[in-house]
Write a protein that binds this ligand. Structure first.
Ligand SMILES: *Cc1c(COP(=O)(O)O)cnc(C)c1O
Length: 514
């Protein structure tokens, strides 16, 4: 590329393309960004500790008419974005199902971003389409489905659940009413439709049913047993009752790994019931699906292969950068329920020739090639080592739960099942006892203070009517001493706060006396 050409077309400085200048700038910018990441990684703090207002003051978008050099823009992003970002790999970053990522996945992201393939049609992503389909086939084999490639990568569990519920709804409406929802819309008495899940199921079941035009009222969240799993006896009673009431059950959603407790619903008995009643079974394995790679715990998922559809999420316990999920469909014919022919993407001509245009299987049109990072990760780690990383989280959760159970200041809410640990701070002493509301407040504020002091990100949730703390242990870099140290931080923070809360209580008592 000639210098004079560069002057005549400044876009050559900005667009990633074959020009000498573009290739050179790409190298330089990637290097600068990678160096910035490297510096960020070397700083051990979990978070800068800025609260919402300070952060809003610190961040200045600085968009102007005039261009700014890339070095300056990158430096701004490092200072304003990276420096105030949460370190998801930090051993005290355990609030959510939010994982650290694999280095090989970052490499994959670079390749997929630079190539910018779009998965909606084969002519926009030739190799990527074939790789995604092969990886779907591999995942189907892993879950125990028949051979084939019915499935698609998604933005995550919420979207995969939406697909399962959409197809379940449309399949049952077709069967019971003889109506094609895709073209005709819902039948007039569609409010008879129900979906059954457990009370611990992910909230996306509710949100998705609202999106599907049936409202929260269509979701029957049934009671769990003491382990937080769907109670199959209650399931059977609920099905009978709903049928007696004239409802049409579109689906049972079983969860393999509930978001808080990590409970795995009894998949085999649920599958048997679903089969007997001819009800669509969707298994939300957004978290528990990672057990597929574990020789030790894989059997916890027995029965999953009987599901009509399955949600898998790779940006959780598969250590992938956001976003990366998949939806698997047992019977490929069901994709017909959402089929749409767009002349410019998946023409009848293409489909007759067998050209795979994945837009027909997805709710999205333009779509990222997220399959690349999972594929490269599976190769690089090998499935055995991958499985061992998942098992590590489970073992660590059991170990830290045992420490909590032995600690008089702490209360273990429930034995861990996957790798989350629910616990709470107990009342300090009989003498210095807090009211139930203040004890809830104490647990909440301990977590808040730990985050705002940049020391830890601990989850806060409600369990059995009480506010409690949650450790979600996905990160295979975490050790037991890291978690023991975290428990010390929790107790130290609590000691400070108990003093404050007691002082407030005393003041308010004095005020009410005077
Ligand atoms: C996280 C989660 C989801 C939602 O997945 P996203 O990828 O966040 O959309 C659904 N179900 C379960 C059980 C989850 O844990």
């Amino acid at each position: 590329m000639q210098k004079d050409q560069l002057h005549s077309n400044p876009a050559l400085n900005y667009v990633l393309c074959d020009s000498d200048s573009s290739r050179q700038q790409y190298q330089q910018q990637m290097t600068l960004a990678a160096q910035g990441v490297e510096r960020w990684l070397s700083d051990p703090a979990l978070y800068s500790g800025l609260d919402v207002a300070s952060l809003a003051r610190a961040i200045n978008l600085n968009i102007a008419d005039e261009p700014q050099p890339a070095e300056q823009v990158i430096e701004q992003a490092l200072r304003q974005y990276l420096d105030h970002s949460l370190k998801v790999h930090h051993p005290h970053c355990v609030a959510h199902l939010h994982c650290p990522t694999l280095i090989i996945s970052q490499t994959a992201e670079l390749l997929m971003n630079a190539s910018n393939q779009s998965m909606d049609s084969w002519d926009q992503s030739p190799a990527a389409t074939v790789i995604e389909m092969k990886l779907i086939a591999w995942l189907r084999e892993l879950v125990g489905y028949s051979t084939g490639d019915a499935g698609v990568f998604t933005s995550g569990g919420t979207q995969s659940n939406l697909m399962g519920l959409l197809l379940a709804r449309d399949a049952v409406v077709q069967r019971v009413w003889g109506i094609d929802v895709r073209t005709q819309g819902l039948p007039p008495d569609a409010q008879r439709l129900r979906v059954i899940c457990s009370s611990q199921a992910h909230f996306s079941v509710q949100k998705n049913m609202a999106l599907l035009g049936l409202g929260y009222q269509s979701v029957v969240a049934i009671a769990c047993n003491a382990q937080g799993q769907m109670d199959t006896q209650v399931l059977q009673q609920t099905i009978a009752q709903l049928q007696q009431d004239g409802c049409v059950i579109a689906a049972i959603v079983a969860t393999a790994g509930t978001t808080d407790i990590g409970a795995i619903d009894p998949l085999q008995p649920i599958a048997d019931i679903a089969k007997q009643q001819a009800i669509w079974l969707h298994v939300d394995a957004a978290w528990g699906g990672a057990l597929l790679l574990s020789n030790q715990y894989r059997h916890w998922l027995n029965g999953m292969a009987q599901a009509d559809s399955i949600t898998l999420d790779f940006h959780k316990h598969f250590f992938q950068p956001i976003s990366c999920g998949a939806f698997l469909l047992k019977d490929p014919a069901h994709f017909g329920l959402m089929h749409y022919q767009a002349d410019y993407l998946n023409s009848a001509f293409d489909e007759m020739q067998g050209v795979p245009n994945l837009v027909a299987r997805s709710l999205q049109t333009t779509r990222r090639f997220d399959a690349l990072k999972l594929w490269m990760s599976l190769q690089h780690l090998g499935t055995a080592q991958f499985g061992a990383l998942v098992e590590r989280g489970i073992e660590l959760a059991q170990q830290v739960a045992a420490k909590i159970a032995d600690d008089a200041q702490l209360q273990l809410m429930i034995e861990p099942q996957l790798s989350s640990v629910l616990f709470r701070l107990n009342n300090p002493t009989d003498v210095l006892s807090l009211t139930p509301a203040n004890l809830d407040l104490l647990n909440q504020q301990v977590a808040d203070h730990l985050l705002y002091s940049g020391q830890a990100n601990v989850g806060v949730t409600r369990f059995q009517g009480q506010t409690c703390l949650k450790l979600t242990i996905l990160n295979p870099v975490i050790t037991l001493p890291d978690l023991e140290k975290l428990l010390v931080l929790v107790k130290q923070q609590a000691a400070v706060l108990i003093q404050k809360i007691k002082t407030l209580e005393t003041v308010s008592q004095r005020e009410s006396l005077s």
